[in-house]
Design a protein around this ligand. Structure first.
Ligand code: SF4
Length: 212
């Protein structure tokens, strides 16, 4: 019964059916190519894309971190390791460690483990000073676990024009609050002189810490 109901293919289907698929291939040759040439030509992200983090600086080069550790508390993935320390205005010759941020404390150790981070952005929402923000950089793959634990030195924003690498004192006459009210526009001559005078006296590299 089923055989009786089966219809004979038409002449066209019989002879051109087997090569019909080539027609689709042929048509594609005239369409706009949508292949992305990644990684040679990475596409720009959306402006508010959540990429790699950045630790920001004030216009004179001091770090914005105040040691509150709210980012680590807010992180649902337990990806942030922080250890604050007190700024020290004691002269370096007398054993002082120097000032890295305005105010009382600064981030001595800061690590983000990108094996755990889900780039949710809760840490930057928690940050009261905009010390921690996220960039549009997303190429975070690597071949060892260790390379995916970013340290403070890797996350710190580069020094821009007008900045001086800490440690150095705050701008004379300014208080911590003035920094956050945007009253500091760049490093002063006093700060430059101080930074030059201590070159060779300091080691600003992050201390060795076991990865979390
Ligand atoms: S983006 Fe989310 S997961 Fe990543 S460090 Fe911040 S709070 Fe943690």
């Amino acid at each position: 019964m089923a055989d009786e109901m089966r219809r004979e293919p038409t002449f066209f289907a019989k002879h051109f059916g087997p090569v019909g698929g080539f027609g689709i291939t042929f048509k594609q040759q005239f369409k706009k190519v949508i292949t992305e040439e990644y990684p040679e030509q990475p596409r720009p992200t959306q402006p508010r894309f959540h990429g790699r983090h950045q630790l920001n600086r004030h216009p004179d080069g001091l770090e914005k971190w105040v040691g509150c550790e709210l980012c680590a508390w807010a992180c649902p993935a337990d990806a942030i390791l922080v250890e604050g320390a007190g700024n020290d205005d004691t002269p370096l010759e007398e054993g002082g460690t120097g000032r890295f941020s305005p105010g009382e404390r600064y981030g001595r150790i800061y690590q983000i483990n990108y094996l755990r981070c889900i780039l949710c952005g809760l840490c930057i929402e928690a940050c009261p000073t905009r010390a921690l923000t996220m960039t549009n950089f997303y190429e975070l793959a690597d071949d060892t676990r260790g390379k995916l634990i970013y340290t403070k030195e890797q996350l710190l924003a580069p020094l821009e024009e007008g900045m001086v690498r800490p440690p150095h004192p705050m701008v004379a006459g300014m208080k911590e609050r003035d920094y956050y009210q945007g009253k500091v526009s760049g490093a002063t001559e006093d700060q430059r002189t101080y930074a030059e005078s201590i070159q060779g006296h300091t080691d600003t590299d992050e201390p060795e810490v076991e990865a979390s």
